[in-house]
Design a binder for this molecule. Sequence first.
Ligand code: MG
Ligand code: MG
Length: 265
Amino acid sequence: MIYLKTREEIELIRESALMVSRTLGLVAAEIKPGVTPLRLDKLAEIFIRDNGGVPAFKGYPGAKSPFPATLCISVNEAVVHGIPTDKPLKEGDIISVDCGVKKNGFFGDHAYTFGVGNIKPEVKKLLDVTKECLYKGIEQMVSGNRVGDISYAIQQHAESHGYGVVRELVGHGLGKNMHEEPEVPNYGSRGNGPKLKEGIVLAIEPMINMGKKNIKQLNDGWTILTADGLPSAHFEHDVAIVDGKPEILSTFAFVEEELKKQGVL
Ligand code: MG
Ligand code: MG
């Protein structure tokens, strides 16, 4: 069942979402060649706990073992659910950083994909288009539309650039649970799926591959990789329908402020 949220509940989700946004901003300041994903993870965990939040991914149940870290850090051909390692990042890598926080009983869950140092123009384009896909999906989040309108908008934009849209992993409702109904696929057809209503809160999260849509899983039980080994990007926002229109509860402002300082944006 889809839980529609009150204005008060939406404010609590916003608080958790913004803690994730600040965490991503902090991480953005540290990403450079030579830094390890494990160090980024440690910084994120300390920041979240210092601010009265709980890292929501840590201990999340999986098929083989609970997720061991605060951040999912997925490098290059890793799509999502990467476990932070002690392998230093290299110039030209891309890393998707996904973070979940629980505070006051409500979850925030969002993600950004960063370049490490200089990245190839074709990889930069993948990042740009994936972020555009996210906003094209969000535009469809108006009362009376359906989940399929979001899905269709994302898929059309990605495929118009020749990219592959991951099928097996999807966006989701968000609230007192990190994953609630409805599922929000990044592919689909207009006018299909559950109706979007006032108070719905969704985590919209396109996962877009430079090559084919197919994926495989590492035997760590978590990390999802592209089957063809080409890079993949992932951007995620938490969005509510307020007064019939999309209101983004998370923000990339902290990340973008940092990227501007670095001359990346
Ligand atoms: Mg999510
Ligand atoms: Mg996420």
